[in-house]
Design a protein. Structure first.
Length: 333
């Protein structure tokens, strides 16, 4: 969301952004926003407590809203992380933020006559683990919704509420289902504890660490935060949206082996050791190759906006360059 906010401000010298966030801006975000900080307002409040933020937002002429406040409880990545079940630690909070937080935003929006469009940030976790019956085809938006986790369930329920509010109150609204996102400003926070494979491999390669995947074969549709920001802005500004749900992804899968190969192009001395799960530092399930884990069909957003992602290899190299230019390696480990 920070990449989206900065991209919005950089596109138009007269634009302004209001960020509503429980944690406010950390030091990294302050550095990131420094070039546009004079046109950025930060409201620090809990999305689940609208009395904390409604009046503050009412002070601004807000025309577009991207609702991305969420709790993302994921337990994968390293052997220690894979043993955790963060969903069980505070399940009610997941539902409260992801579902009721969306309701609170919609209640505020429906009373604003100048409002133009809402994009709700959903997730590929709304899909089932196995996709089209014909193997190898990208996952479409219709026909394969079957969330299993509290995260996916709460996201899908919120999508349905967004649709109903749009019908009841004449709102222009759409939901975006993101594939596996990494890229600039991707880091562990209080609401998101997980870094996808490209993030982990890029940081380990640049830090001179040995990458120890449990396999080189697992796949993912990995898309950068930069491409996601461009896609969401395209949807916000589109003259007409023909759908309520849009996939955002690269449209293709990359293996862990692909990503390690790209990292070696920039860090030739990178050491790789395929390791058992109990000692691996990059863990993915080798059986998850389609459904929410496979390629996402991005034809809808391409038709309605013309948006297209950059190539997976170029996106990864751009991210490695960004890390070198913007992060201290001690922060990235």
């Amino acid at each position: 969301m920070s990449v989206l906010a900065r991209e919005w401000l950089e596109r138009d010298a007269k634009a302004r952004v209001v960020i509503l966030d429980r944690a406010g801006l950390d030091a990294m975000a302050e550095r990131y926003f420094a070039p546009v900080r004079d046109r950025l307002t930060v409201v620090t409040a809990d999305i689940c407590e609208p009395t904390q933020w409604e009046a503050a937002l009412d002070d601004h002429d807000i025309r577009y809203v991207v609702h991305g406040a969420t709790v993302t409880p994921i337990s994968r990545g390293s052997a220690a992380e894979a043993k955790r079940q963060p969903e069980a630690e505070d399940p009610a909070r997941i539902i409260d933020v992801n579902f009721m937080g969306t309701v609170h935003v919609l209640e505020w929006l429906r009373k604003r006559p100048g409002f133009q469009r809402l994009v709700f940030v959903s997730s590929g976790s709304v899909y089932r683990h196995h996709g089209p019956d014909w193997m190898g085809e990208p996952l479409p938006e219709d026909g394969y919704v079957a969330p299993l986790t509290l995260y996916g369930i709460s996201k899908f329920a919120a999508e349905m509420v967004v649709n109903r509010y749009a019908d009841l109150f004449g709102l222009s609204a759409a939901s975006v289902r993101l594939a596996s996102v990494y890229g600039p400003m991707d880091r562990v926070t209080g609401s998101r504890n997980f870094r996808h494979v490209p993030n982990r491999v890029a940081h380990m390669a640049l830090a001179g660490e040995t990458v120890r995947p449990n396999s080189l074969e697992p796949v993912g549709d990995y898309v950068t935060s930069t491409d996601v920001a461009d896609a969401i802005i395209a949807l916000l500004l589109a003259e007409r949206l023909r759908y309520r749900h849009y996939n955002i992804g690269s449209g293709e899968t990359s293996t862990i082996g692909d990503i390690i190969g790209w990292a070696k192009e920039r860090a030739p001395s990178l050491q790789v050791e395929v390791s058992p799960a109990d000692t691996a530092n990059v863990i993915q399930d080798v059986s998850l190759k389609d459904g929410m884990w496979g390629a996402y069909d991005i034809a809808r957003i391409a038709r309605d906006t013309g948006w297209q992602p950059r190539s997976a290899r170029q996106s990864f190299h751009d991210y490695m360059d960004w890390i070198v230019e913007n992060e201290n390696q001690s922060e990235g480990k």
